[in-house]
Design a protein around this ligand. Structure first.
Ligand SMILES: Nc1ncnc2c1ncn2[C@@H]1O[C@H](COP(=O)(O)OP(=O)(O)OP(=O)(O)O)[C@@H](O)[C@H]1O
Ligand SMILES: [Mg+2]
Length: 344
């Protein structure tokens, strides 16, 4: 059962019921192991990269769930599994109650209209040879949403202005735009098919801080206007705090903590979350100078041969002997606040 998604305790039974009615995405025990093959014909699996290892979470309609963690912890892979760009090794991905992992390609193409993605690098994700108008018009045409060319052009101009761009940009090529403008095109492209759910994978990470804020504001406005739901993937805790309702923290393919946004930032419980938050600089030099930083010791281990027991134990300040043997249960410490640690 996904965290917070059932009547786990008496106290949260009613809250859970209320949430259940609005459930949109429910990921249960997701695993994605990439085989590492060897040999002339590349068919002998010698090891596996455990990119995502038993991850569960839900997202309600209209909600933004943040997915945060260091590089390589499995954020993008989680998003790609939901989009069915990777075939999950195990687990269920329920979208409006329908398990996406069990759909045929044809069935999935209908659902895919409702689930869109915005990538980090707007330049490499936009075809440099196509004008912006064609980049936005093509999916509308291919999916048969608007058949009439003139009507389609009108919709393209509308999408551009919705995303804060001059409709005349339809005649431009991607290289004639700034990074922030291109990312607005990325947002417009994601909106073109009237989606319900958008996966934003490091959607603002490549932009300057001031432009980041503008694109985040745009995403928030669009969320409110079109009742969108986001999975917001980022390694940047400040960005996540700005836009997310709830936040989940990943480490080496595992989810270590999940809570309401303010609760996570004000009362982080897992030693890894605490260390991540302690590393975020405070923009006041006087406070920053006197701060004690809890730095995580050592390097992130390889997902090919992850540590036994709790994957964080070799770097954890609270670790005891049993942490190298027992896999910690992801448990609800307070209503809605989930932590995978036996020592807290
Ligand atoms: N197709 C693949 N084949 C093998 N290993 C892969 C593949 N895709 C991802 N991985 C590995 O899976 C792990 C998780 O990668 P992923 O891209 O999901 O991390 P991430 O959290 O998105 O990192 P970043 O913050 O750098 O984007 C990494 O160790 C990565 O090398
Ligand atoms: Mg990534």
């Amino acid at each position: 059962m996904s965290p917070g998604n059932g009547a786990v305790t008496e106290n949260n039974a009613n809250a859970s019921k209320a949430r259940l009615g609005e459930l949109l995405v429910d990921v249960k025990n997701l695993k994605m192991y990439f085989p590492i093959t060897e040999g002339i014909v590349f068919n002998r699996t010698v090891a596996e990269v455990k990119a995502v290892d038993d991850v569960s979470f839900y997202i309600n309609k209209g909600e933004t769930l943040g997915l945060v963690g260091e590089s390589g912890c499995g954020k993008t892979t989680t998003g790609r599994c939901i989009l069915q760009l990777e075939k999950a090794t195990a687990g269920e991905i329920l979208y409006e109650g329908q398990d996406l992992t069990k759909l045929s390609q044809k069935e999935m193409s209908t659902v895919r209209e409702k689930i869109q993605v915005i990538f980090q690098d707007p330049f490499s994700s936009l075809n440099p040879r196509m004008k912006i108008g064609d980049i936005l018009g093509e999916p509308i045409k291919v999916h048969g949403i608007i058949k009439d060319a003139e009507e389609r052009n009108k919709r393209v101009r509308e999408l551009l202005s919705l995303c804060g761009l001059n409709p005349k940009f339809a005649d431009r090529y991607p290289h004639e735009m700034s990074g922030g403008q291109r990312q607005r095109v990325g947002v417009a492209r994601a909106l073109a098919l009237n989606p319900e759910f958008i996966i934003c994978d490091e959607a603002v990470s490549a932009l300057d801080v001031s432009i980041q804020a503008q694109v985040i504001n745009l995403l928030e406005d669009l969320r409110d206007e079109f009742d969108l739901t986001y999975l917001f993937i980022s390694h940047d805790l400040s960005v996540i705090r700005h836009i997310c309702h709830r936040v989940s923290v990943m480490y080496l393919g595992h989810m270590v903590e999940l809570a309401e946004c303010d609760e996570l930032y004000e009362n982080p419980i897992h030693p890894y979350t605490r260390a991540l938050l302690a590393a975020v600089p405070i923009p006041d030099p006087a406070i920053e100078a006197n701060r004690k930083h809890e730095v995580v010791k050592g390097e992130v281990p390889s997902p090919i041969n992850p540590p036994s027991g709790c994957v964080f134990h070799p770097r954890c300040t609270l670790a005891v002997d049993s942490c190298s043997k027992d896999v910690p249960e992801f448990r609800e410490i307070k209503p809605g606040h989930w932590v995978a640690c036996t020592q807290v």
